[in-house]
Design a protein around this ligand. Structure first.
Ligand SMILES: [Zn+2]
Length: 205
């Protein structure tokens, strides 16, 4: 399991990227469709019934979980208002800016201030390995500044977009491990069918 080292100071925060399913209580999973729907969880639930590629909650004891391989697992955390979010973003969700939608929901639903929001991007396929899958992708205007010889820098796009809405640069952390070329993480691009687990939640006081 790996974590963001700068988040280890928060004793009420649970977070990590796990190779096998973590033994934690209160896990709530996304119903991933490569869409941009986000479920805001304000009451305790056992499982999610609607499709959602993102989850946000301020409840303690609820551990949000997603499974990814090459897509971006994006964690959001407001240490002041005590809100956590977790987003699954492939290239479709990234173009649909699901992560910006999540930030805005933290402001409107929980009163977060943009300067307090911390963002962490976990292991994903990086520009060293992520060859645009389709010709369509290569011609999307959004990608043009992030394309290098047909390879897309997904987290570069995400971090620039987050900074444009006011997230502080120092509050964005990216785990610099590419699923495509690291031997640790599974990747479809390497022919693996496996996924790994990302979890974020708030502990009971
Ligand atoms: Zn790589």
């Amino acid at each position: 399991m790996i974590q963001f080292s700068n988040w280890q100071v928060y004793s009420d925060l649970v977070h990590g990227f796990y190779l096998s399913k973590p033994k934690l209580t209160g896990l709530v999973k996304t119903n991933q469709t490569h869409g941009t729907k986000i479920a805001v969880i304000k009451r305790p639930i056992k499982r999610l019934t609607q499709p959602a590629d993102g989850l946000i909650t301020n409840l303690t004891g609820v551990n949000l979980m997603i499974r990814t391989a090459d897509c971006l697992p994006i964690m959001l955390f407001d240490p002041k208002r005590k809100v956590v979010g977790l987003i699954h973003a492939g290239w479709r969700g990234t173009i649909g800016k699901i992560f910006i939608k999540a930030v805005l929901l933290m402001l409107t639903e929980f009163g977060s201030k943009i300067k307090d929001i911390q963002v962490g991007i976990g292991p994903h396929i990086q520009s060293c390995c992520y060859q645009a899958e389709t010709v369509i992708q290569q011609f999307l205007p959004e990608w043009q500044p992030y394309l290098n010889q047909g390879r897309i820098d997904l987290s570069g796009f995400v971090t620039d977009e987050l900074e444009q809405v006011g997230i502080l640069k120092e509050n964005i952390k990216v785990i610099d491990q590419c699923t495509g070329c690291s031997s640790l993480w599974p990747s479809y691009f390497k022919g693996s069918q496996k996924q790994f687990y990302s979890v974020i939640g708030l502990k009971h006081a």
